[in-house]
Design a protein around this ligand. Structure first.
Ligand code: FDA
Length: 393
């Protein structure tokens, strides 16, 4: 066992494996340590089991960070096409499910296998079920105490990810190490996460579990037009996951159930042309039937369109184009895909990912205060930061 590596990467996830194989190919002796019993658990779970491994349209604007410029350099140097080229070299079947969003055809497994194969080819040693109990500076290098024993190395890369889904091995280890070395950690919040509702709405909405429709949702300046899914617990689907990155406890969501249609104008027009038509039938043509029925039950007033006054149609515009809903909470770390916030990038080089004044210590991937929107951006950040750091080791 090589316990005198040039580099120790802590975390065998997306960023850690990418960094390790890059540094390995550059001739460094690399050891990856992870406390979990398997590498890349989040890769396997991702994209509904089919890993949305990148987004061809990745831009810095797709990321949240207190320092929005930080991600530019790495994203520019390692682009989605570079990762795609690797995927194609390994003959992994993939598909563009939505514009720019590349997924595996069958399962996420080949992406993890590809990374592990590349690590093997690059001579990287991976040790799972390994606890790291201490990280400290030691002369020009770093010293670790771990369940493998003491390890001295030239550099340590922290790639331990964020706090989401503790059952997949997530811990606050990276934040603790950052604080130990005097770095700030910005407020962390669960994001890309479904909402739960107060009991008043929960029962109503639970009856619609499984119903999905395209909506436009907004909150605090964020706005997304994507599908929404009613669940037994509340609201999910891409629209809700996306807006959760903007939402703060106590905030209201404004949901347009008929994006692109002014419900008052459309209903007034329909009243003129088809006055005998029932409101529920008009709604049922534009929304999933169960949702249309539920709306009429919740608000009452079904009847012919001719029976609807202008004031009633205005009220329907409010309900349909600007449904105001205050979620009780999000489902939190248990189901969140990512962590907003993290190690403050102020003291980190955006080119090498080293800590200012301590080049032996680096942070990459989700542990940093860089978080992508839904759609393959978070993996692109993991690959790009991993490669930039790996090349600079
Ligand atoms: P990552 O979390 O991948 O890896 C961290 C590693 O560090 C883990 O192996 C962990 O065991 C290890 N570790 C943690 N604490 C440690 C400690 N104390 N000691 C040793 N090891 C430790 N993104 C995307 O772009 N497309 C997608 O389709 C999805 N889908 C998705 C689904 C689900 C359910 C989740 C939870 C997340 C996603 N994501 C996603 C987000 C994506 O998975 C995430 O952003 C990246 O995996 C982050 O990569 P990192 O390598 O930074 O952390």
């Amino acid at each position: 066992m090589n316990l005198k590596p040039d580099v120790v990467v802590i975390g065998a996830g997306a960023a850690g494996l990418m960094c390790a194989l890059t540094a390995g190919y550059a001739g460094r002796r690399v050891l990856v340590l992870d406390h979990a019993n398997k590498a890349g658990k989040k890769i396997l779970m991702s994209g509904g089991g089919r890993c949305n491994f990148t987004n061809l349209a990745t831009q810095p604007a797709n990321f949240f960070s207190a320092n929005p410029h930080f991600c530019i350099s790495a994203l520019k140097r390692y682009r989605p096409e570079h990762f795609l080229e690797l995927v194609e070299r390994h003959a992994i079947e993939h598909v563009e499910k939505a514009p720019g969003q590349l997924f595996c055809v069958d399962s996420s497994r080949p992406i993890l296998d590809m990374l592990l194969t590349e690590c093997d080819w690059a001579g990287v040693g991976i040790h799972l079920k390994t606890e790291v109990t201490r990280v400290e500076r030691c002369g020009e290098g770093m010293r670790l105490e771990s369940s493998l024993g003491r390890i001295d190395s030239g550099a340590v890369v922290i790639a331990t990810g964020g706090l989401s889904i503790p059952t997949l091995g997530a811990t606050g280890f990276g934040y603790d190490i950052a604080r130990q070395f005097g770095l700030a950690v910005t407020e962390t919040r669960a994001a890309l996460v479904p909402f739960t509702l107060t009991s008043q709405f929960k029962e109503r909405v639970a009856a619609l579990a499984g119903v999905a429709c395209e909506v436009e949702v907004s909150c605090r300046g964020g706005r997304y037009r994507e599908p929404m899914l009613f669940t037994h617990r509340g609201l999910s689907g891409p629209a809700m996951l996306q807006i959760s990155s903007y939402w703060r406890p106590g905030d209201e969501l404004v949901i347009d159930l008929l994006p692109g249609i002014d419900a008052f104008e459309a209903l007034t027009e329909a009243r003129r042309h088809t006055p005998k038509r029932r409101l529920s039938s008009w709604l049922g043509e534009r929304l999933p039937k169960r949702l249309a029925q539920a709306l009429v039950e919740w608000h009452g007033g079904d009847g012919t369109l001719a029976e609807q006054s202008n004031a009633e149609l205005q009220a329907w515009r409010e309900r349909l184009n600007a449904w105001r809903l205050k979620p009780a909470a999000t489902e939190g770390w248990r189901t969140a895909e990512v962590t907003l916030g993290g190690v403050d990038t102020e003291a980190i080089s955006s080119k090498t990912f080293e800590v200012a004044g301590l080049a032996q210590l680096r942070f990459i991937g989700e542990v940093l205060d860089v978080t992508g929107e839904l759609g393959g951006y978070n993996f692109q950040w993991a690959w790009a930061s991993g490669v930039a750091c790996g090349l600079a080791l």
